[in-house]
Design a protein around this ligand. Sequence first.
Ligand code: SF4
Length: 209
Amino acid sequence: MKNINKVLDILEETYPDAKCELEYTTPFELLVATILSAQCTDVRVNKVTGEMFKKYNTPEDFTKLSIKEIEEEIKTCGLFRSKAEKIKQTSEKLCDVYNGEVPNTLEELTKLPGVGRKTANVVLSNAFGQDAMAVDTHVFRVSNRIGIVNTSTPEKTEFPLMEAIPKKRWSHSHHLLIFHGRRICKARKPECEICPITKYCKYYKDNFK
Ligand code: SF4
């Protein structure tokens, strides 16, 4: 897409506060929060972790809890049973293999139970300041609507987006596309009438011109 920098510039002006909306103070807290965020709002995750991290916020803390106890902490999040298991197993592996530290490479992160490329990229870009492109459902939908990529699933979107967007802008683009997807380019009905990038948008051209 030849106007990609222009589109990102406009989104930056529109969302000057775009950033990770999960609250965390360490890479491990972000890892847990990102695991919890699957099919759950960031607001809900922040509520749960706000209480939980006061009591437990290291891999070692979670290895000492039973899965039932972790479930109890996170039960207001969707899919809490499988998430409790993932948090427990990931904590055990971090303690056994990584000395209780979260590794800072995609390869090592994706070896952790329940950590896919999206979660790993969120941790790499936000907690470790690396250039990474995490693709969630918003990033997938919005980037396809605009015409930055033409892909069929979130999983198939990471590499085309990395091709289309300058590397230095990968991490922030993730936040910009999520902010745009939550506020204007919504899943069920995009609010094109108030969108600042109609001029560059493929969906808009295809549907309203
Ligand atoms: S013009 Fe419509 S479809 Fe395109 S980015 Fe804006 S809200 Fe989304």
